[in-house]
Design a binder for this molecule. Structure first.
Ligand SMILES: C[S@@+](CC[C@H](N)C(=O)[O-])C[C@H]1O[C@@H](n2cnc3c(N)ncnc32)[C@H](O)[C@@H]1O
Length: 393
């Protein structure tokens, strides 16, 4: 397969993250042709997808368009896919996985679409090469994504393979961990670049602190992985990929200028966070402490403090949490002067109990839950506002 041929590349992400993904893609020199709720389209080669997979912090998958075609039924799907020169793309020794998303009256369900697409590919390979790849749900080798909407199909080579949110460092998830890509977007939204202290009380399994450390060190998240979908495509040049990785390594800083402090009241959370940070290779960059969030060391200078308290749907009880959110407001006001404070929550009512004026409220989604990243500028003399009224901020 030609790794230098430019085509449409769809980079997918979670809802609410597109603005951060656009910034990242543009930072890598790509211009965004269109944006959707959960992704962006750019023009790129398969070689470019290697850089995208390596550097992007907020993306789920980097999908290289193989074919877009009109399709009004399973037999047409079979014909269109069977006509692609798969013998130039997939070695029969590889393992093939296809996932489909369908929204069309022409197909019963997505599983059937995947089956039909797989038959079209393996039949062609048997005819041309005399053997076929095994296939199934494992996403470690060749991965294809099919989208079928009304009369149109898009067939993509998934150059990521497994989702890029699977950084591989989170060996111990602890309770209600944030997805790594969401944590990276939250840190990006704070503007953090390593030049000021970052304090993360209630750190749980440490995802926010670990993503912050990776950002501060300029360490690409893809350096943590050694397997991507593009590696299993015919024409993959191991040596060229080695150079791309080497260039990414060369940009990594040895240490960070200002501390990252992560604390949690639960010893098990800190054990998990430490283990995860070790796997990510950033444990020496983060000062982990077991303590109530109010006892967290907050360096006396300007910095960023970010908390992701429980929000009552999955853990904790909402009534009890009202006091917690109010107390977090007091803690920010009394202990964090000079800081920009952030609370990430999926419970907007609890957010109002903080009792501080927000300077920004950014929308994110944690799985299906609509969340807010609430920003508070903690100037000297910031006062709390009355919580009993209907409109706070
Ligand atoms: C929603 S979880 C944070 C998840 C984290 N962002 C992650 O990605 O793993 C909230 C954390 O707050 C911690 N916590 C609850 N009350 C606390 C308190 N008073 N002081 C410090 N930590 C507390 C819990 O132990 C839990 O780990």
């Amino acid at each position: 397969m030609d790794f230098n041929k430019q085509d449409t590349v769809l980079v997918t992400c979670a809802r609410g993250i597109v603005p951060y993904l656009i910034k990242e893609a543009e930072g890598l020199g790509f211009s965004v042709e269109s944006e959707h709720d959960t992704g962006i389209e750019i023009k790129a080669t398969l070689n470019d997808t290697q850089r995208l997979n390596l550097y992007l912090r907020t993306a789920f998958n980097v999908l290289y368009l193989l074919k877009k075609f009109t399709c009004r039924g399973p037999e047409e799907l079979y014909r269109e896919i069977n006509s692609i020169a798969w013998e130039e793309i997939i070695d029969p020794k590889e393992y093939l996985s296809i996932s489909s998303g369908t929204q069309s009256e022409h197909i019963k369900n997505a599983v059937f679409a995947s089956q039909k697409a797989k038959d079209a590919i393996v039949d062609r390979l048997v005819k041309k090469c005399g053997s076929r790849p095994d296939s199934g749900a494992q996403r470690d080798n060749v991965v294809l994504n099919l989208y079928w909407k009304d009369d149109t199909c898009w067939l993509y080579l998934n150059t990521s393979g497994k989702k890029l949110s699977d950084r591989t460092y989170r060996k111990i998830p602890f309770k209600a961990p944030l997805q790594e890509t969401l944590a990276a977007a939250i840190i990006q939204a704070t503007g953090y670049d390593g030049s000021v202290p970052l304090v993360n009380p209630m750190c749980g399994s440490g995802t926010l602190a670990i993503e912050a450390a990776l950002i501060a060190l300029k360490r690409s998240p893809g350096l943590l992985r050694n397997n991507f979908g593009f590696m299993h495509v015919k024409g993959f040049d191991k040596e060229a990929w080695g150079k791309v990785r080497k260039a990414a390594h060369a940009g990594v800083l040895k240490k960070i200028a200002k501390p990252i402090i992560a604390t949690d009241i639960d010893r098990k959370a800190i054990d998990a966070a430490l283990k995860n940070a070790q796997t990510a290779g950033v444990e020496s960059m983060i000062d982990f402490q077991v303590c109530d969030y109010r006892k967290t060391t907050v360096p006396k200078e300007q910095g960023i403090i970010v908390l992701n308290p429980e929000y009552g749907f999955r853990m904790g009880d909402e009534k009890k949490l009202e006091t917690t959110y109010k107390d977090i407001g007091d803690f920010l006001k009394q202990r964090c002067s000079g800081y920009t404070g952030y609370i990430f929550t999926g419970n907007l009512n609890l957010g109002k109990k903080v009792g501080l004026r927000t300077s920004r409220k950014l929308i994110f989604y944690n799985a299906r839950i609509e969340c807010r990243l609430l920003e508070y500028k903690m100037y000297e003399g910031t006062t709390k506002i009355k919580v009993s009224g209907c409109c706070l901020n």
